[in-house]
Design a protein around this ligand. Structure first.
Ligand code: AR6
Length: 229
């Protein structure tokens, strides 16, 4: 099962079996390194400015990267031409952020193990305020891949989410995302919305928008830190 990393996915050399994961409990990680894969919150359907978002991602990663023990943070996007990945990559390099603790990765966040050879025990979702399945983007992809287990487990924890907040949902081992990809937790994050066609639109108010996006990433990384601990 030697998956060949994409050309832009450097420094990844993992070769593990998903079923090893099920033998351990809770915060199990293949290779022993807790890893959070997260999408760029708010920059697609929610239309948040990509340049501003990249700045906030790199700053919050820099703040948290040494507070998560041996854990790793991985920014994921589905397309090779991803602007957010290249912006973040170059800003992280300028700030000398440890590339073994934070890197970018091109791939489908629901197939990182099977399709990319990258094991992530935790993945983040760019959610909607109702915590509803479907809708499009990464939210639809994660709910599709996880099956009904994720909606049931989510609804047990919360009925809605406020912009800037995140919530951790442990995934039942019956979910294919767990059994096939080794994902034990999904962290739902609600970012700021700049799209007038979506609820709570900030109408281009980037003073509030940047503050809320910063809160969203801080809350996401705090949630991941609690899982690692
Ligand atoms: N794997 C990795 N990255 C992905 C995937 C995937 N399968 N699909 C999308 N992305 P978006 P938002 C990237 O629109 O802007 C939903 O309908 C995508 O390229 O999913 O926060 C929710 O229900 C982009 O970089 O999230 C909300 O209503 C990033 O994921 C709303 O969209 C986020 O794009 C949230 O909008």
């Amino acid at each position: 099962d030697k998956a060949i990393p994409e050309p832009s996915n450097v420094a990844i050399n993992e070769n593990h079996h998903a079923n090893e994961c099920q033998e351990k409990s809770g915060t199990c990680t293949l290779g022993g390194v807790p890893t959070l894969a997260f999408p760029s919150i708010s920059t697609a359907d929610f239309q948040f400015n990509i340049e501003k978002a990249s700045e906030i991602i790199v700053e919050t990663v820099e703040e948290f990267v040494n507070k998560i023990g041996n854990g790793r943070l991985v920014l994921v996007d589905i397309s090779h031409g991803s602007k957010i990945l290249s912006l973040v990559k170059s800003k992280a390099a300028i700030k000398n952020i440890d590339p073994t603790k934070f890197f970018t990765f091109v791939g489908d966040i629901t197939k990182l193990h099977s399709g990319g050879g990258l094991h992530c025990n935790v993945i983040a979702n760019a959610a909607n305020w109702r915590l509803k399945p479907g809708g499009g983007g990464v939210n639809a992809a994660i709910y599709d891949a996880a099956g009904p287990d994720l909606d049931i487990a989510t609804k047990k924890r919360a009925g809605s989410l406020t912009p800037g907040k995140a919530i951790t949902v442990p995934l039942p081992s019956t979910s294919p995302l767990f059994s096939e990809q080794g994902v034990t937790h999904v962290i739902h994050v609600l970012g700021p919305n700049m799209n007038p066609k979506r609820p709570n639109c900030l109408k281009d108010d980037y003073n509030i928008g940047c503050k809320v996006l910063r809160e969203a990433y801080s809350s996401l990384f705090e949630n991941f830190a609690s899982i690692v601990r």
